[in-house]
Write a protein that binds this ligand. Structure first.
Ligand SMILES: [Zn+2]
Length: 304
């Protein structure tokens, strides 16, 4: 289903080593490979001398040590966090304690919508509920350091608090988990929301940055074109769901079996939540009906 996106899975990078991925940008990859993290979470260091770190990463002593070694002899003045999944933000307190840097982010972790009655949040364990930034950023806010300027670009959808960061002097975007070269992003309710996610993609497509540095996997060149593929992919998935519902009312496991052919079994749960994200959006738009609130165990039909 995702063969349409020109994925790039080439990333020749050893964990917890430093390389320069773009002028004035270094990266250090945590050793946390997995079905959701690819080879590991990427922490970025921007500038020289007085630097900023984007996404300190998981609470892993080896990664924290490697990141601090990478900036030895320099001053970390700012920490920017894209979102509060446990592979991105939990190392923040340790890096802040070691450097005295100020922490910037959209805000603490929160769901995209209130929980329905009786609903438990299947994503609770993946979130860093302890995270709190020193400075909460709004969309379009500018933060300047020594030799660099960052613009906060609100990109809700993967999480409600997801923020990308534009490095103005280099016309590049630290894009977190919103867009990745190696796979599609996970959009899973209640933390994620498909309508927000699609709106954030449309917003990025109109921006000027041509190079994206994501939270996982290689850099994305020709970024607006890649974002366009992402948008087309989601629209195709929505069309597949509507097509399946056109054959009669059905549940989410049946839709997953119909449209995710050959999926990694470890991703079946995430696929179900992704279908739920589409269905929430389709119900809100009046195209699909269900009893009560859209739920993972609900039955869905085309609206009459
Ligand atoms: Zn994430």
């Amino acid at each position: 289903m995702s063969e349409d996106i020109p994925f790039n899975k080439t990333l020749d990078l050893a964990p917890d080593t430093v390389d320069e991925v773009a002028p004035q940008v270094r990266r250090v990859m945590a050793n946390n490979p997995g079905p959701f993290t690819f080879k590991g979470t990427l922490s970025y260091i921007l500038g020289r001398g007085k630097v900023a770190i984007v996404d300190p990463g998981p609470d892993d002593p080896a990664h924290i040590h490697a990141l601090l070694e990478a900036v030895r002899g320099e001053t970390v003045t700012h920490i920017f966090v894209t979102h509060t999944h446990r592979d991105h933000s939990p190392a923040t307190p340790a890096i802040k304690a070691a450097t005295g840097a100020t922490v910037y982010a959209e805000g603490p972790h929160r769901a995209a919508r209130p929980l329905h009655i009786g609903e438990h949040n299947p994503l609770d364990a993946s979130a860093d509920h302890d995270f709190m930034p020193d400075v909460r950023l709004k969309d379009g806010e500018i933060v300047s350091g020594e030799g660099w300027t960052i613009e906060a670009v609100a990109t809700p959808g993967h999480t409600a608090n997801h923020m990308a960061y534009a490095y103005k002097e280099k016309n590049l975007l630290f894009v977190g988990d919103h867009v990745m070269a190696w796979a599609t992003s996970i959009v899973a309710p209640p933390d994620g929301a498909m309508s927000d996610y699609m709106a954030s993609l449309e917003k990025l497509r109109k921006r000027s940055e041509t190079l994206y540095l994501p939270g996982h996997g290689p850099a994305i060149k020709d970024a607006p074109r890649f974002v366009n593929y992402y948008i087309l992919h989601r629209k195709a998935r929505e069309a597949s769901i509507l097509h399946r519902l056109g054959k009669g009312e059905t549940d989410i496991p049946t839709i997953v079996r119909a449209i995710y052919i050959g999926i990694d079994p470890r991703l079946t749960g995430a696929a179900g939540l992704s279908v739920l994200a589409h269905l929430e959006d389709l119900v809100a738009r009046g195209l699909v009906e269900t009893e009560g609130q859209p739920a993972i165990d609900g039955v869905y039909r085309l609206a009459r």
